[in-house]
Design a binder for this molecule. Structure first.
Ligand code: DON
Length: 586
């Protein structure tokens, strides 16, 4: 039966954008697409503590973030006359309090901005390796990686970038011009406490042993048992935020807070120094852009791999008419996975901090990308050991999407890397250190916590930024804002954004369907398609197995926040049902 299906599948032409190609298959036999499998039953889900809404339409402004308290902080700022950047700064600080697993002041991130007039820019506030970092700092005497060392505790942390990033965003684009107003909501929340959600309580309970192991004294996160609705009070964090409110960048990188950080490092075997803190600078960088089926994709350049890999993925599938090949059909999944295999091979070889490594500009050239797909075979899965990078002459993060009343947009992804970062809280300062050093390639070919491999381009060097997969993205069409999107998820970030973009542009989905639809992911190595439950209908999955793909199921991939601007100019927002994420607008 399956064999017959394959035969009939292969006998149909594989429809490209404007023509049919002779070999390949279509999915005419598989017209029943399970578009609504994971889609919401109704918008406006309630949970016991917060009024969380997953799907809304609004006329004027919108914030979608990982936590309802952060969403309302952002909207309040816009109501008070702030623009998208003002809201983003307030949301970043609010998340550092109410979403401690990923929101942060001890980590870093990337911001993509598009003004109402179409001006575009990106801000890189990624963490950096300390000036005392060395290429072999996570290797034992035999040269083998000691994985825990780059993942937990003081030595796992890069120099935090968030506070300088927010200051730079404020200086360049704030409309409110009232820094204190942007930081204050976070201070109040940390000082007075806020009720934790059930999901947060579960996470904190599960991770108690790690908090105990990687801290030299009890932290605000210690408790025998957390329950939904318990107040999480973070007094020391409130003091640190107050220093940031009053002194801006020097409130964090110098003075008392810097003392706390350096003391913590000395006590716990970390290597971040006063000079490292003082020297940290966030950087404005030109976005990477491409046209995809008439839409301008605007995304994050290195040191994130997100934008370049997303561009490669979109350009690799652009010649094909995905709508006629059908959503989540074997043919569509095969095509997207083969693109992912190739783009992630390039990522491993060619991408790293551009201040240290010359990232080849050809990676986003259409002709180069097309060449990468010449050995794509619609009938057979390539094996990753037969696919290399192109030859050239060289789990926890959080995302939020904001559109303000004027039409300015911010797409921002920020992280500590793993959930609760290094698990180490800086005593006296109350914030969690990141474990971003694990995003470096600690040894060529050795997978990091996301199974990603790397080489020379992403090796550890003093003061270097570690390669990221974060892909905050903005799309415009015909000169107008069309979509603001992004997600956490380590290596799956790029493929999740890829799917959301394709869902909206190729499959005409609304924001909610585009992000709630189940996801799949391939990253070259390991050579396996990772899927959420029921992401690919069983019949299609069997076909994919026959042509050589293998599968591994996992739970939720990503927590996406998207805003799509409809043809009528309405803001259509969606917050991921995989988390406590919340979208609201007015
Ligand atoms: O920068 C990166 O690519 C990673 N540090 C992101 C980590 C992440 O998304 C974890 N979230 N689930």
């Amino acid at each position: 039966m399956i064999f017959q299906n394959i035969i009939s599948l292969l006998s149909k032409p594989y429809k490209m954008q404007n023509k049919y190609i002779s070999i390949g298959f279509s999915n005419i036999l598989y017209l029943i697409i399970i578009l609504n499998l994971f889609a919401c039953k109704q918008s406006g889900d309630q949970n016991a503590i917060y009024n969380i809404s997953k799907s809304v339409t609004a006329d004027s402004a919108m914030v979608a973030s990982a936590h309802p308290l952060a969403t309302s902080v952002g909207l309040d700022i816009i109501r008070q006359g702030g623009n998208a950047i003002d809201a983003a700064i307030a949301v970043q600080f609010a998340l550092a309090v109410c979403y401690p697993g990923a929101g942060n002041i001890g980590g870093g991130g990337f911001l993509v901005y598009r003004s109402k007039d179409g001006e575009i820019s990106t801000l890189d506030y990624r963490e950096k390796a300390s000036s005392f970092a060395t290429a072999d700092m996570y290797l034992d005497s035999l040269g083998n990686p000691i994985t825990d060392k780059s993942l937990y505790g003081h030595l796992a942390a890069g120099v935090p970038g968030t506070v300088d990033g927010m200051v730079k965003a404020f200086e360049k684009y704030s409309k409110l011009k009232d820094w204190k107003k942007l930081v204050q909501p976070a201070i109040d929340m940390a000082e007075n406490g806020f009720k934790i959600t059930e999901r947060e309580a579960e996470n904190l309970n599960e991770d108690q042993p790690l908090f105990i192991k990687y801290n030299l004294a009890p932290t605000a996160f210690h408790k025998d048992k957390w329950n939904a609705g318990d107040l999480l009070i973070q007094k020391e964090l409130a003091q640190t935020l107050a220093a940031i409110r009053d002194k801006g960048r020097s409130g964090f990188y110098e003075g008392n807070v810097a003392d706390h950080i350096v003391n913590e490092m000395k006590a716990g075997g970390g290597i971040i120094t006063y000079d490292d803190l003082k020297a940290y600078q966030a950087v404005w960088r030109s976005p990477v852009t491409t046209m995809y089926k008439g839409n301008k994709i605007i995304s994050m350049p290195p040191p994130s791999s997100g934008g370049i890999v997303l561009i490669q993925l979109l350009k690799m599938v652009e010649p094909y008419d995905l709508r006629s090949i059908k959503f989540q059909s074997a043919a569509t999944v095969h095509l997207m996975v083969e693109a992912e295999r190739r783009a992630f091979a390039d990522r491993a070889k060619h991408l790293g901090d551009p201040d240290f490594y010359k990232v080849p500009s050809v990676l986003t050239d259409s002709s180069y990308i097309q060449r990468r797909m010449v050995n794509f075979n619609p009938r057979v899965a390539n094996k990753s050991d037969s696919i290399s990078y192109g030859m050239i002459e060289s789990e926890e993060t959080t995302h939020f999407s904001i559109v303000d009343t004027e039409g300015n947009a911010v797409s921002l992804t920020t992280t500590l890397n793993g959930g609760y970062g290094a698990y180490t809280v800086v005593r006296g300062a109350g914030f969690l250190l990141n474990n971003e050093m694990d995003d470096f390639s600690v040894k060529p070919g050795t997978p990091n916590m996301y199974g990603l491999v790397g080489a020379e381009a992403n090796k550890i060097e003093p003061n270097k930024r570690m390669l990221s997969s974060m892909t905050p993205t903005i799309i415009e069409k015909d000169g107008k804002l069309k979509m603001v999107v992004g997600t956490p998820g380590g290596s799956t970030i790029i493929t999740s954004v890829f799917q959301a973009v394709v869902n909206v542009i190729d499959f005409d989905m609304d924001a909610d369907k585009a992000i709630q639809s189940p996801r799949f992911h391939h990253q070259w190595l390991p050579d396996v398609i990772i899927t959420e439950k029921d992401a690919i209908p069983l019949s299609e999955r069997k076909l994919l197995e026959i042509i050589g793909h293998t599968f591994k199921d996992r739970n939720a991939i990503g927590r996406m926040e998207a805003i799509v601007i409809t043809n009528q100019g309405k803001l259509q927002g969606a917050a991921d049902r995989r988390g406590d994420d919340d979208v609201k607008g007015f």
